[in-house]
Each structure stands twice: as structure tokens, then as C-alpha cells.
Design a protein around this ligand. Structure first.
Ligand SMILES: Cc1cc2nc3c(=O)[nH]c(=O)nc-3n(C[C@H](O)[C@H](O)[C@H](O)COP(=O)(O)OP(=O)(O)OC[C@H]3O[C@@H](n4cnc5c(N)ncnc54)[C@H](O)[C@@H]3O)c2cc1C
Length: 94
């Protein structure tokens, strides 16, 4: 998985940036059956903010609509370690 690949001539979706948003977009597209996807990263995976943040996940930002959005995102995290068979060290405080 973590290796250089030759690029194909065509993709259904091209995502610029291998941070949390780009990778999550690719992952959830694949769950919808959209697999012909390229994530193009200029440096290395996690080079940007995603590889250097304080790792707090919270749903208390700014607007009512935003809170619902973040709530749903945190719910996705609850099952993600199991889905990926990789320990993301996610913990949810009461
Ligand atoms: C010090 C710090 C602490 C933070 N703490 C928190 C926190 O506790 N909780 C929280 O929710 N958020 C936190 N954040 C914010 C969070 O890290 C970012 O919102 C999040 O990582 C953004 O993800 P992203 O995928 O959009 O961008 P990034 O992770 O920055 O990824 C963008 C990627 O795109 C690549 N790229 C850019 N241009 C191109 C190009 N032209 N071609 C190819 N690749 C390109 C970059 O190399 C990079 O890897 C923090 C951020 C910082 C810096």
C-alpha cells in the first residue's frame, strides 16, 4: 500500500493532498464503491496539519450546524479502528 505507483491515465476522482481530509474522502468513496481514486501528495502522507496536531476530536465548534457535523464525524471514529484493523488510539471521554 505505502509505495510509489505509476499513475493511470484516468481516474474517476483525483484528490489533492494526503492529509486526514483527502484520505478520509478516498476511504469513504471506496465504501460507496468508488475505487478508481487517486490521492496525490506532494511530500508524504501526514506531512501537513494532520501529522502534527494535538489530536483532539471535539464537536463544540461555532455553529449549531457545525456541532451536528462534528458529532457525526466523531461517531465515524468510534468504529474506524475495527474497520481498518489498525489501532488509531481513539478514546472518547465521558
Ligand atoms: C499545531 C496544530 C494543532 C492542531 N490541533 C488540532 C486538534 O487538536 N484537533 C483538531 O481537530 N484539529 C487540530 N488542528 C487542525 C487539523 O490538524 C487540520 O484541520 C487538519 O489536519 C487538516 O487536514 P487536511 O487534510 O485538510 O490538511 P493537511 O493535513 O494539511 O493535508 C494537506 C496535504 O496536502 C498536501 N498538498 C498541499 N498542496 C498540494 C499540492 N499542490 N499537490 C499535492 N499535495 C499537496 C500537503 O503536503 C499536505 O500533506 C491542528 C493543527 C495544527 C497545525
Amino acid at each position: 500500500m505505502w509505495q510509489n505507483h505509476d499513475l493511470k491515465k484516468n481516474y474517476d476522482v483525483v484528490i489533492i493532498g494526503g492529509g486526514a481530509h483527502g484520505l478520509a474522502t478516498a476511504y469513504y468513496l471506496s465504501k460507496l464503491g468508488i475505487n478508481n481514486v487517486a490521492v496525490l501528495e506532494q511530500k508524504f502522507i501526514g506531512y501537513g496539519g494532520s501529522g502534527r496536531n494535538t489530536a483532539l476530536l471535539r464537536s463544540n465548534y461555532r455553529t449549531e450546524e457545525g456541532i451536528k457535523f462534528y458529532d457525526q464525524s466523531i461517531k465515524l471514529y468510534e468504529d474506524l479502528s475495527g474497520e481498518l484493523d489498525f489501532n488509531l488510539m481513539f478514546s472518547n471521554w465521558p
